[in-house]
Design a protein around this ligand. Structure first.
Ligand code: CP
Length: 317
């Protein structure tokens, strides 16, 4: 892997699988009595969050701590950014504090790339979500979760049918998942109202459907997306009720899925809008597994970026 993780495009299929395999090895440690590895002792990981987050920020913090790194949590709201401090000055302040890795979430697409290319810092940059562009560690944890439910897949997802449903237009999760799942060989169908499908989707190597019920009949993985109202200046559907009727996962739709199918959601969920409470809490839902696996994947990414190798199960002090 390169110095930074900004996009799924930074990874070959082999490199992505190596991250999943490293996470899998690390899970054996996490399940054992010694939860902490000394690998990143003396290293500093900064969580630089300009947008709100629950899962991503906490799991990066937990991952870094399990690898014995020091962690600095930086929330723009509680910092001098609220007084107008620029990204450059903020980044250089972190550099002066000795950051080895900066995990950045920002509302602007391309912010992580800007930080990595700027020369302002020498740390590794990890994109924890930039605008509507990408969220690569989310896609990696989703692929890890899928593989744990369909163990035959190993390093090749050919034959796997995935449907990603909802607000594709504003979803960095959808973009990163499409890139990764198609790279690994899965067949991906995007399902949404026409207003929530991006114009450039013809280049994405996916099928597109506007009809939920016919498109999900034989899928193995149903990935529901959050309706991102905070990014919608205009009205993209007539009403929440209409959206739910056309594209929400209710119990009848859940019951129409294949018995072996799983339901995913990156969170946070709008229960009652894109997913009903019964569906979110059903035996098909792997939402909480996604959260747990997020820690393992972020450990694997930090391990490989800062430790320099895939984890093979050997622990050195
Ligand atoms: N999936 C995800 O990115 O969740 P958070 O916004 O809570 O980090």
């Amino acid at each position: 892997m390169d110095k930074h993780l900004l996009s799924i495009n930074d990874l070959s299929a082999d490199e992505a699988i190596q991250i999943l395999n490293t996470a899998s090895e690390l899970s054996k440690i996490s399940d054992g009595p010694m939860k902490k590895l000394p690998t990143l002792r003396g290293r500093t990981v900064v969580n630089l969050f300009f947008e709100d987050s629950t899962r991503t920020r906490i799991s990066f913090e937990s991952a870094a701590k399990r690898l014995s790194a020091d962690v600095i949590n930086f929330s723009a709201k509680d910092s001098s950014v609220s007084k107008g401090e620029s990204l450059k000055d903020t980044a250089q302040t972190l550099q002066a504090m000795g950051a080895d890795a900066v995990v950045i979430r920002h509302g602007a697409s391309g912010a992580a790339q800007r930080l990595a290319d700027s020369g302002w810092i020498s740390a590794s940059v990890i994109n924890a979500g930039d605008g509507t562009h990408e969220h690569p560690t989310q896609a990696l944890l989703d692929a890890y979760t899928i593989r744990s439910k369909f163990p035959d897949l190993k390093s090749d997802f050919s034959g796997l049918k995935v449907a990603i449903v909802g607000d594709i237009l504003h979803s960095r999760v959808a973009r990163s998942n499409v890139l990764l799942l198609t790279k690994l060989g899965a067949k991906v169908t995007l399902i949404a109202p026409p207003t929530l499908i991006p114009v450039g989707v013809v280049d994405w190597n996916v099928d597109v459907s506007y009809d939920f019920d016919s498109a999900v009949k034989d899928v193995d993985v149903l990935m529901m997306l959050r309706v991102q109202s905070e990014r919608m200046a205009d009205s993209f559907f007539p009403s929440e009720r209409e959206y739910s009727r056309g594209y929400g996962l209710d119990i009848a739709r859940l019951n129409s899925l294949k018995e072996s199918a799983i339901v995913m959601h990156p969170g946070p969920m709008n229960r009652g809008l894109e997913i009903s409470a019964e569906s979110a809490d059903s035996h098909k839902s792997v939402v909480l597994a996604q959260v747990s696996n997020g820690v393992l994947i972020r450990m694997a990414v930090l391990y490989q970026l800062l430790g320099g190798a895939a984890f093979t199960g050997e622990v050195s002090a």
